[in-house]
Design a protein. Structure first.
Ligand SMILES: Nc1ncnc2c1ncn2[C@@H]1O[C@H](COP(=O)(O)OP(=O)(O)O)[C@@H](O)[C@H]1O
Ligand SMILES: [Mg+2]
Length: 321
């Protein structure tokens, strides 16, 4: 549905987006993740035909943003960082205005406004002035204007930024509800947001593409491995090095990463080859050695750890504003 190839955008003195390529398939929700200044908004502006690329190309539904901007705009709903709202208009009138602007056939405008108002849970404020709305409601009106012409693709720039925690949850639910009918790219600098909403993640940092993969794959591919935590108590029969050596001999175990010695027992972090569940074998070895197994659990690396490793330690801001 979206193909970006070698996209570069240079401002006067600065390369904001540097030769990035990615694809988004129909119906996917993709998170565009990166710290502030990474180039997310710039990429989105190119995709929505707000400005041309310096080099490279971007296609939406087969149409090039530079050669066929009208065709692209017709197929895209865009929610910029600051929604393009008119404070002095009533919500319903504003949506009718946008519907006409986006060429919704005049016979369909009222029905369409009712549909999106319902979908975005703003039917109860249709007669209110936009200036009187809370930030959360404004954001929903922003989403309503983005989907009014039923576009195939939705581009949402930091759709939850500036909302309170309850509004964030509501907005995320709303976006998830729009999936399926639409292909969605949303940008965020908040990691949990990607895990909460997206199936796929495109990570950019300083204008460069760092990684693109499914959220699940990325956390795995990262280390090419899984990890388990094992807590063993030998009741003084063996020292921690001896236990470690036994663990290293278990088939499928690639490495024993960490070792922590306490009175209650020894704790190890064991790395295993990807896709190999070594827990049963570890348990058997420990029990057969006559030791006590206090704990055994698998752990997976969080997207945050992945991000830190991929971007060389520059973490995006955490949590809600
Ligand atoms: N209109 C502009 N003129 C000059 N530089 C800009 C402009 N817009 C953004 N930039 C710069 O380009 C880089 C990428 O910005 P942006 O795309 O807004 O990143 P993000 O949305 O990921 O925070 C930043 O360093 C920013 O300062
Ligand atoms: Mg931005």
């Amino acid at each position: 549905m979206i193909q970006v190839e070698g996209l570069t955008k240079r401002y006067a003195r600065q390369v904001a987006v540097d030769n990035i390529s990615f694809e988004v398939n129909q119906g996917e929700i993709v998170g565009f993740l990166g710290p502030n200044g990474a180039g997310k908004t710039t990429t989105m502006r190119v995709l929505t035909c707000y400005m041309p690329p310096t080099a490279g190309s971007a296609k939406v539904a087969g149409f090039d943003v530079y050669e066929s901007p009208m065709e692209v705009k017709r197929r895209i709903g865009y929610l910029p960082e600051t929604p393009p709202l008119y404070p002095e208009m009533e919500v319903g009138d504003y949506l009718k205005f946008v519907a006409k602007l986006k060429r919704v056939p005049s016979g369909d405008v009222n029905r369409r406004v009712d549909e999106v108002a319902e979908r975005c849970s703003i039917a109860d404020v249709k007669d209110r002035l936009i200036s009187k709305l809370s930030k959360g409601y404004r954001q929903r009106v922003g989403l309503a204007q983005a989907i009014i012409h039923n576009p195939e693709v939705l581009i949402l720039d930091e759709p939850t930024s500036g909302l309170d925690p309850k509004q964030i949850i509501e907005t995320r639910e709303l976006i998830k509800g729009l999936a399926g009918d639409h292909t969605i790219i949303l940008s965020t600098h908040i990691l949990p947001e990607v895990e909460a909403i997206c199936q796929k993640v495109i990570i950019i940092n300083k204008g460069k593409l760092v990684a693109t993969d499914s959220v699940d794959n990325l956390t795995h591919r990262m280390h090419g491995s899984d990890a388990s935590v094992v807590v063993v108590d030998t009741a003084g029969q063996a020292d921690s090095t001896a236990v470690q050596q036994r663990l290293e001999q278990v088939s499928g175990v690639s490495k024993v990463l960490g070792r922590h010695v306490e009175d209650s027992g020894f704790t190890y972090e064991v790395e295993s080859l990807a896709g190999r569940d070594v827990r049963a074998d570890i348990a058997r070895v420990i029990v057969q050695s006559g030791w006590n197994l206090h704990e055994l659990k698998s752990v997976s690396f969080s997207l945050e750890e992945v991000f830190l490793e991929l971007t060389g330690g520059q973490a995006p801001q955490e949590g809600a504003e």
